[in-house]
Ligand binder design. Structure first.
Ligand code: SAM
Length: 240
C-alpha cells in the first residue's frame, strides 16, 4: 500500500467511526496485494483500482462492524464470501471472532486458504459448498451468533440461505445497496416463515463518494422450521 492508499484506508475508516491500528493497516495492505495478484489468474473481483478497492471492498465491509456492537467473541459465518468480504475485514478488526467462510466456488476457497496463511489468521474455517446444504447440517445449523452476507442474492432468497445458520436470539446482517425497500417488502413472508424479524435498517454513505448502502439487521426470534432451507437451487427458483 502506498502512503496515499494507507491514508485513504485510515481516514475512511475514521469517517465510519472505526479506528484501524498500524498492524491492522499492514494486514489490509497484504490482503489487497494478495487478492489482486491472485485476481490475475482467477476471477475474484472486477475492482482492480486500489483506491476503489479500499472504498468498495474494505470500507464497505467495515461498515458492517459499525452497524453492530460486536464483542469480539462471536461465532460468525459469512455466506457467499467470495474474496472474503465482509468476513475477513471483520476478522482483521476483531481477531477473537470465530469465523466461518462459506462459498460455492472452489477457486475462491483455494484463494482464501492461501490468504489466511499469508495473513496469519487463526480460527477461520473454510467451507466449499452451498448454503442450502450446510444450513441443514447439525454442525452448522443454528450454531452462529451472527451471519453476514454481501452481494449474494435478493433478501427473499438470502433469508433462506442465511437464517438457518443463526442461533435463536442471534442476528443476520445483510449488506445491501441503498434502494432496498422493494426487497424488504418482498422478503417479509420468507422472514416470517424462517423465524426472523427486521430489527434495524441503517442507511449509510460510504466515504469518498462510494455511494449509499443499507445494512439490514435481522433478529432470529424463532427456530427455523426443519424443512428449510429447501434443496439446492429451490430458494432461488421459487423464493418463499
Ligand atoms: N460477498 C462477496 C463480496 O461481497 O465481494 C462475494 C459476492 S459474489 C457476487 C457472490 C458469491 O456468493 C460468489 O462467490 C458465489 O460463489 C457465492 N454464492 C452464491 N450463491 C451461493 C450459495 N447458495 N451458497 C454458497 N455460496 C453462494
Amino acid at each position: 500500500m502506498t502512503s496515499s492508499e494507507r491514508k485513504l484506508l485510515l481516514e475512511g475508516s475514521q469517517l465510519l467511526g472505526i479506528q484501524i491500528n498500524n498492524e491492522q493497516a499492514d494486514t489490509f495492505l497484504k490482503y489487497m496485494e494478495t487478492l489482486l495478484e491472485w485476481n490475475k489468474r482467477i476471477n475474484i473481483t472486477s475492482i482492480t483500482d486500489t483506491k476503489q478497492f479500499i472504498i468498495k471492498h474494505f470500507l464497505d465491509s467495515l461498515s458492517c462492524i459499525m452497524s453492530f456492537n460486536f464483542s469480539n467473541r462471536e461465532k460468525v459465518i459469512d455466506i457467499g464470501t467470495g474474496g472474503g468480504f465482509p468476513g475477513i475485514p471483520i476478522k482483521i478488526m476483531m481477531p477473537e471472532t470465530k469465523l466461518t467462510l462459506l462459498d460455492s466456488t472452489r477457486k475462491r476457497i483455494i484463494f482464501l486458504e492461501a490468504l489466511i496463511e499469508e495473513l496469519k489468521l487463526h480460527d477461520v474455517l473454510l467451507i466449499h459448498g452451498r448454503a442450502e446444504d450446510y444450513g441443514k447440517e447439525s454442525l452448522y445449523r443454528e450454531q452462529y451468533d451472527v451471519a453476514v452476507s454481501r452481494a449474494v442474492a435478493p433478501l427473499k432468497i438470502l433469508y433462506e440461505y442465511c437464517l438457518p445458520f443463526v442461533k435463536e436470539g442471534g442476528i443476520f446482517i445483510a449488506q445491501k445497496s441503498a434502494d432496498v425497500e422493494t426487497e424488504l417488502r418482498e422478503g417479509e413472508r420468507a422472514l416470517k416463515i424462517l423465524g426472523g424479524q427486521v430489527e434495524q435498517k441503517i442507511d449509510i454513505e460510504l466515504p469518498f463518494g462510494g455511494g449509499g448502502r443499507s445494512i439490514i439487521i435481522v433478529r432470529k426470534i424463532n427456530k427455523t422450521p426443519n424443512k428449510y432451507p429447501r434443496r439446492v437451487g429451490i430458494p432461488q427458483k421459487r423464493p418463499l
